[in-house]
Design a protein around this ligand. Sequence first.
Ligand code: CDP
Ligand code: MG
Length: 152
Amino acid sequence: MKRTLVLLKPDCVQRRLMGRVISRFEEKGFNIVGMKMLRVTPALARQHYAEHVQKSWYPGLEAFITSAPIVAMVVEGPDAIRVVREMVGATNGLKAVAGTIRGDFSSSRQMNLVHASDSPESAQRELAIFFQEEEICEYTPLMSDALRAADE
Ligand code: CDP
Ligand code: MG
């Protein structure tokens, strides 16, 4: 089991798409083991998007990500980091494949509804930014037997 960080960005909250995006991960069979709504501050934005702070488009990204609340989630499941990234789709909603979250709901490069960690290293770093270990609510999913074979 792997854990990854998913953020429902301000456009997702403003467009009332939170439930539909959360449903994608639930329907896939992943466990949501952490969830909170918060307002990203400029300092938190710089920490989370450290790799992008020097980019010409960073000021626009910071204004966007701080413009309304976000929802942060810990999503857990087999190969969750890779699979969630694939479910989210390419950065630019106009290029993301149909069937992905961005491909289905976004027509923007900036307002692309969701963030998902892009590697095990990113997941570890980003989960620690948004969640303390005691905020993660581990539980045994009762439907596991209906989702996967015992050896998967
Ligand atoms: O989110 P993802 O990992 O797919 O993309 P990224 O290249 O790491 O960029 C992080 C976020 O910055 C994107 O999801 C967009 O919201 C935003 N962005 C932007 O505003 N303008 C760009 N030219 C590229 C990305
Ligand atoms: Mg990225």
